[in-house]
Ligand binder design. Structure first.
Ligand code: AHR
Length: 304
């Protein structure tokens, strides 16, 4: 299995349960912070963590889940790269009596018995917050041309952040004139933005589904001789340190927070599920938003 197989039990006999965790990859600052949070929380909770990095490929995640089933872990947690195509492998886990927890991203399946609970953000609400801020910000402007840097095609945050944003701007003068995936990476955001700048000379706003793609877009905008945050306003999602710094510096205009620090809640849910306790089917993470001034105030205490 590619990039798989680290075992965080780090010496000594683990006294708690064993968790197989199939991570998406290491595509963004958010993901790095999420992985760190899960690893640290597992250590604190005495959970033996079997960790795999799917390098943003669904087939790698499926292989990792199968190997956790074979190893008979107590619980499997994973953050699905894309929404669909999970039923077969999750049925295998169910038949082996191994509970599954979805973390960060949801799946699109008719059978919700395939997982115990889903811990993560409300991505539609995040997209809505981005759109609502833009409506306020551009009040009085007749037309506002937005280019959208989408996350990984088929991933829950890409689908939902688009949905929430379009809901919020419906019937207004704000219009998405182009939309393309940058795969949640900085290089993807930069490349797509370069193409957008060549194809359109009327871009008012960039809506990037994460900070990393927004930071890539900033590089492309500066290389084109324009001033990010002024000539082209930028909205992103996540609020990781690099994004917050760019917001504080005036290069980004608004960030919708997506909290990656899910580790402790995940370990708590896992322990309860394995103990046979009832847990809520959906646990939503609390999140806020940041203006430039709010970023300046929050930066000194930002953990990630
Ligand atoms: O699923 C969460 C998203 O995945 C984050 O917003 C993004 O940065 C990451 O890659």
């Amino acid at each position: 299995l590619a990039a798989c197989g680290s075992d965080d039990s780090a010496g000594g006999e683990p006294d708690g349960l064993t968790m197989g965790f199939a991570q998406v990859g290491a595509e963004s600052g958010w993901r790095t912070a999420n992985t760190k949070s899960v690893r640290e929380a597992a250590q604190r909770a005495g959970v033996e963590l079997k960790f795999s990095d799917a390098q943003q490929k669904q087939e790698n995640q499926i292989k990792a889940i199968r190997s956790y089933v074979q190893q008979r872990v107590d619980v499997i947690a994973f953050s699905p790269v894309v929404e669909t195509g999970w039923d077969t492998v999750l049925l295998e886990a169910q038949r082996a009596d191994i509970p599954v927890i979805l973390t960060d991203r949801a799946i699109d399946s008719e059978d919700d018995s395939l997982y115990e609970t889903f811990l993560g953000s409300d991505f539609v609400a995040e997209g809505r917050k981005a759109g609502e801020w833009l409506l306020q910000e551009t009040e009085g402007e007749d037309s506002v041309a937005v280019v959208e840097l989408e996350g990984t095609t088929g991933a829950a945050p890409a689908i939902d952040r688009h949905t929430g944003f379009t809901e919020a701007i419906a019937g207004s003068g704000v219009e998405i004139i182009a939309s393309q995936t940058g795969d949640f990476t900085r290089s993807g955001g930069k490349q797509v933005m370069e193409a957008f700048l060549k194809a359109h000379d009327d871009i008012d706003v960039v809506y990037a589904h994460n900070d990393d793609m927004g930071l890539g877009a900033i590089e492309a905008i500066e290389a084109a001789g324009l001033t990010p945050g002024e000539d082209i306003r930028i909205i992103t999602v996540d609020a990781v340190r690099d994004g917050m710094q760019a917001l504080a510096d005036g290069k980004i205009n608004f960030i919708v927070e997506c909290n990656p620090l899910l580790g402790d809640q995940l370990m708590d849910l896992a322990e309860r599920v394995v103990a046979g306790e009832e847990v809520p089917k959906r646990v939503v993470v609390e999140e806020t938003t940041f203006t430039q001034e709010e970023a300046r105030q929050a930066l000194p205490d930002r953990q990630y």
